[in-house]
Design a protein around this ligand. Structure first.
Ligand code: NDP
Length: 286
């Protein structure tokens, strides 16, 4: 089963769902997890220098037996060490990953480059021009960070990867407006937070109600995670998720086969999510 893609503003395409090697796999050996994800249908792997496991992400890719061209690999720039640039940092990543080029390279956290963001973005552009990455983007950027780099950008960011789920949806509207203006794809991490980081919130009965309707329409099981992932897929959001379980990985990839939510169901998720504000990745990234 092929994974649908989203068009990027630089002409490239990105598989709409990615398997992340941070959070649960942070600083862990990701080899088996990455192999499990690829074996069960993922084609997009999301890594980062900060996760400290790029070697094992690369090992998982090799173990899967897939060719490089069948996969989309993202990594992210960490805080620069003395004498380092985005380019030398990416060269180090490529060596660890065991590949010649990534598909997407993101600035991970704007706060790590205070006062240097414009220069770092120019260096990111050089990475793309020199073929070390096909596309470039950012993560955890707020409108002011985007506006800062857009002042000097000759290539706008293709993606901004941010904490995104219904309990932060309302607060994200200003940054999403900037994305729309510049054709930047909104990417979500922490998208399943309502199911386990914020269990017991007002969305629980809404998800249950929509899940039951979708299940009856489809005539086979639909999970709560698929309801949230379907909501994001319909909105053109690039989802970054993860799981240790083959069954759940297959469910994530199967989201494309879940019936569409109605516009009333989409509104209900957003309105109910907006009743409370619950952000989980704050201390480090704010
Ligand atoms: P999600 O919110 O999608 O959560 C995934 C986790 O949810 C898995 O560990 C899975 O556990 C668990 N899960 C799924 N369904 C359920 C359920 N029904 N009940 C209980 N638990 C469930 O994504 P993450 O927040 O984990 O982030 C995913 C990726 O995003 C990271 O690996 C990283 O690559 C990226 N990320 C990026 C950040 C950035 O700053 N750019 C910050 C944070 C993450 P199980 O193993 O049991 O299936």
């Amino acid at each position: 089963m092929s994974v649908p893609t989203l068009p990027l503003n630089d002409g490239n395409h990105v598989p709409w769902i990615a398997f992340g090697t941070g959070t649960a796999l942070y600083q862990q050996d990701a080899t088996q997890a990455v192999r499990l994800a690829i074996d069960n249908g993922f084609t997009h792997l999301d890594g980062a220098q900060m996760y400290n496991n790029e070697e094992t992400l690369g090992a998982g890719v090799v173990a899967s037996g897939k060719s490089r061209s069948e996969l989309f690999i993202t990594t992210k720039l960490a805080k620069l060490q003395t004498g380092e640039t985005a380019k030398t940092a990416l060269q180090t990543s490529l060596k660890k990953l065991g590949i010649a080029q990534v598909d997407l390279y993101l600035i991970h956290v704007p706060r790590q480059h205070e006062g240097q963001l414009k220069q770092v973005w120019k260096d990111m552009e050089a990475c793309k021009k020199e073929g070390l990455t096909k596309s470039i983007g950012v993560s955890n950027f707020q409108p002011a960070h985007l506006e800062e780099i857009l002042e000097v950008a000759t290539i706008p960011p293709a993606v901004n990867q941010i904490e995104l789920h219904p309990y932060v949806w309302k607060s994200l509207q200003p940054v999403i407006a900037v994305h729309k203006e510049h054709g930047i794809i909104t990417s979500s991490f922490g998208g399943l937070s309502p199911l386990f980081r914020a269990k017991g919130g007002p969305l629980d009965p809404v998800i249950e109600q929509i899940r039951a309707r979708l299940e009856a329409t489809r005539g086979k099981p639909v999970s709560d995670g698929q309801v949230l992932n379907k909501w994001m897929q319909q909105k053109g959001i690039l989802v970054v998720t993860t799981s240790s379980k083959a069954e759940r990985i297959r469910e994530y990839v199967d989201t494309s086969n879940v019936p569409e939510l109605t516009s009333e169901e989409v509104d209900l998720i957003e309105e109910t999510g907006s009743q409370v504000h619950k952000k989980f990745f704050v201390s480090f990234f704010a």
